[in-house]
Design a binder for this molecule. Structure first.
Ligand SMILES: C[S@@+](CC[C@H](N)C(=O)[O-])C[C@H]1O[C@@H](n2cnc3c(N)ncnc32)[C@H](O)[C@@H]1O
Length: 191
């Protein structure tokens, strides 16, 4: 399934020469990319102040490229002691938010391993090829994601082979989204 999605994206890496130096680019670098609004869904209301500062900072940095919304899904809404029930109840929050034409990326430790240039390709493909109106990234709660969201996701992506705390996953994601947009624009942040 992942391979099909990868082929559908036709993700490939290109070398883009800028001022004599070679930087690693996306197949869209230098082209116009439709800036789909990005919605980042995370579980839980509270967030450590340090993480919140970093996330706010990257969302601010992303403003010139595309709007980014920080959406909170209720954690364990029915206070279940069972992990399976907690996952299912949090999943309802994700599924209630997601619309039929959203391009949904589920963050998961077993997802596809993308390089930063491929993340940029994916954002370009979602904007220019898919008929989606929003790009939605889903970061799970303590026990991860349920089956309905797994089935709905257009793409499952890993950020590392390590399992990350959900707040750390969020920090890595926002930095990679910023990096991806600078790659798409051929800017110097990414070397
Ligand atoms: C504490 S982790 C949940 C771990 C749990 N074992 C699971 O099955 O997903 C919380 C969330 O952070 C995100 N996450 C953690 N590690 C990740 C990784 N290496 N790559 C991508 N996302 C990750 C995922 O969205 C995950 O649902």
């Amino acid at each position: 399934m992942s391979i099909c999605i990868m082929n559908a994206f036709n993700i490939k890496n290109t070398q883009v020469p800028i001022s004599g130096a070679k930087i690693r680019g996306s197949k869209y670098t230098g082209q116009s990319v439709k800036p789909l609004p990005i919605h980042i869904l995370t579980v839980g209301k509270t967030r450590s102040p340090g993480v919140q500062l970093i996330v706010k900072d990257y969302i601010e940095k992303l403003k010139p490229y595309c709007p980014v919304y920080d959406v909170r899904i209720r954690s364990n809404p029915k206070n279940s002691t069972e992990a399976r029930v907690q996952i299912e109840n949090e999943e309802k929050g994700f599924m209630n938010f997601i619309k039929s034409d959203d391009w949904v990326v589920m963050l998961d430790e077993n997802g596809m391993d993308l390089r930063s240039e491929e993340m940029a390709d994916m954002i370009g493909d979602a904007g220019n090829k898919a008929s989606s109106s929003r790009l939605v990234f889903c970061i799970g709660g303590a026990y991860g994601h349920g089956m309905k969201l797994r089935d709905r996701a257009n793409l499952k992506v890993k950020l590392s082979s390590l399992v990350l705390n959900h707040e750390i996953a969020l920090v890595v994601l926002v930095e990679q989204l910023y990096r991806a947009w600078t790659i798409l624009k051929g800017q110097k942040y990414h070397h």
